[in-house]
Design a protein around this ligand. Structure first.
Ligand code: AMP
Length: 279
């Protein structure tokens, strides 16, 4: 495993290796098995794999959230070391990617960035698109790997690549969950023991919503989820919705469609968690 702070050093090393295929796995660190599943897939499909560990400032609308984002580089490198020689880890400072001032670019994603996370976190997807565009342009990977855990982000990245005709294949990777169903997330480490114990209710709610779809309308499922969390002493619901799995247009009636997905975002104290399932 090789570790780089500067992209030009990584690129000059890479040019000597003349790889046929390069996999890219962008992360913000505080790695867990969800991240590792992306890296395993990338390692199995490419000559070389670049894992980036970078907490991207332009995708945070709140400085508190940015400052509180968990980070543990030493532990991350330990988790990555079993992947061995094929791995290049890029852990830059912001100026290596952004120059003097980290500012987001300007992209048009319409509904994709206005709904759900976009409605709750102003400018978030402009920041995500900016950093992913930079990483794809600098490293020119054959394939780049992203998790369905951040399903809306994944659709934004598909749109970015299609709009700019970037020569890369985006690989969608399934959500990895804890044994009790909670979707793995770096933010889970910030939950108190009590919050962690009740957090599986997020996935349970999504599963119940799917089970209810045969007997009731999406509108009623929405009402049930809202009422359920209104009574919940520890969890605040930000949104629950069902949407088309590509356009992310909200849907109120199923009409037997197969291409739907249910999404949820909640807050447990200060910790905001998201999840989604096929609906
Ligand atoms: P992050 O470090 O949170 O920005 O995540 C880096 C990548 O890992 C993103 O593509 C995420 O969607 C993906 N990821 C995070 N958690 C999971 C998970 N539980 N299962 C699958 N992929 C995940």
């Amino acid at each position: 495993m090789h570790i780089y702070r500067h992209s030009d050093v990584l690129l000059s090393q890479l040019s000597e290796l003349i790889p046929k295929t390069i996999g890219l796995v962008p992360t913000m660190g505080a790695l867990h098995k969800g991240h590792l599943s992306l890296i395993e897939k990338a390692v199995s499909e490419n000559d070389w794999v670049i894992v980036t560990i970078f907490v991207n400032p332009t995708q945070f609308d709140s400085n508190t959230d940015l400052v509180n984002y968990p980070s543990n580089l030493e532990q991350d490198l330990e988790l990555l070391s079993p992947f061995g020689e094929k791995l290049m880890v890029y852990t830059p400072r912001a100026d290596d990617l952004y120059g003097e001032k980290a500012v987001a670019g300007s992209y048009q994603f319409d509904i994709l960035e206005k709904t759900m996370e976009g409605a709750s976190r102003s400018g978030h997807f402009q920041g995500v698109a900016t950093v992913v565009h930079k990483l794809l342009s600098v490293f020119k990977p054959t394939k780049a790997y992203f998790g369905e855990k951040d399903y809306q982000q994944l659709q934004i990245i598909h749109a970015l690549v299609a709009q700019l005709k970037l020569p890369v294949t985006i690989v969608d990777c399934p959500i990895v969950r804890e044994t009790d169903g909670l979707a793995m997330s770096s933010r889970n480490t910030r939950l108190t023991p009590i919050q962690r114990a009740i957090a599986p209710v997020i996935y349970e709610t999504l599963c119940k919503a799917v089970a209810l779809k045969k007997q009731t309308s999406i509108l009623q499922i929405n009402e049930w989820v809202t009422a359920f969390f209104r009574e919940h002493p520890h969890i605040e619901l930000d949104y629950f919705c069902v949407a088309n799995n590509q356009t992310l247009q909200l849907v109120e009636e199923t009409n037997g469609e197969e291409n739907l997905r249910a999404f949820i975002a909640v807050k447990l104290g200060e910790v905001r968690l998201i999840d989604n399932v096929k609906f």
